[in-house]
Write a protein that binds this ligand. Sequence first.
Ligand code: UDP
Length: 376
Amino acid sequence: MKVLINAGPWLPVPPTGYGGIENVVATLIPPLRRMGVRVVLATVGQSTIEVDEVLRVYDEGQFPHLQEPYNQVMGIAHAHQAALVAELRRRDDIDLVHDHLEVVGPAVLSALGGPPVLHTLHWDLRKHPDFYGSFPRDISVNGVSNSQLSRAPARLRAASLGAVHLATPLADAPPLDVPRGEHVIVMGRICPMKGQHIAARVCRDLGLPLVMAGPVCGLNTPEELNAVLDDPGHPLNGHGDLRYHAERVAPYLDGDLIRWIGAVGGEERDRLYASARAALFPIQWDEPGGTAVVEALALGVPPVGLRRGVLPEIIEHGRTGLLADTEEELVGLLARVDEIDPEECRREARTRFSPHVMAQRYLDLYERTLTRARRR
Ligand code: UDP
């Protein structure tokens, strides 16, 4: 089977630091290829992952442009997708398209009338209500959690082949040889949904050291952020996530107990993550997929979070992590992290969240997508 995987125009595969969808694609491709699937990857020129063929649309990741006006963002996505469609019109060797590009992906591919399409929903399904009205009927979809799909509009649920949980290559790796520190970590984009302000408040009140890692508005370091803040004319100034950082997170940052270190990537990220006492997820939304949660398990770092979105599907309270219904409860749980056995967390990740498990599930969905298309 030859599959065209569309990773979209935003970041390279694998991403060098933060990257949601691109991380998923980078995790999926190696086991798929080991199972005999030939992979053509539509991505940006900076991607370094080994595949059978690369379709480069933009040379560089367009992620920094995501903060621009909506029309411009859509323009980038459309240009990427149009190039893909032109390529698919030129050839007939692709059996299936596995699309990951939000909003414009399915609509444009449906118009093509080419190979069957499986579209993976990565996001909070309430974010783009206008998307569902036009969601094409001939495209199959899958979610990244049952919780995400349960909130999906009927039209998407009808097109759905089920949920495939996210995975991490860390699930297959031997434990990292790093000493456990005293700090708690929050790994993720700095934004109201991820709830860094709650992590900061809770840790400050408990006197627990907190490290927050992640970009804000695509800015990867405190220096990059300061340069934007110092330039009142900069287009990012006034952006919601930037205001969130300035107004609700920054007041807690004391450079000592509560720290924001910007985005981390690669081995540095893994070592920093693995040395934490606990990974905090004080999420303020129904987190659809939660790669960072799965990574915490794989590294043997007990995840502690609010019982929302995908978290109860990934974490078994009391065995592989701790879940609270309220912020007050979260405070109490942080005192209990030593009850969670890191080896149990790792075992769970190896069994349920390894790249091989995810690739097997996708292979099954590819077969079902093809069968559905043949019946039409
Ligand atoms: N991440 C990273 N460096 C950072 C912050 C996050 O590499 O500084 C990674 C994190 O480890 C995870 C991904 O970015 O692999 C975030 O995915 P998740 O599903 O947790 O959140 P999303 O941003 O997609 O909602």
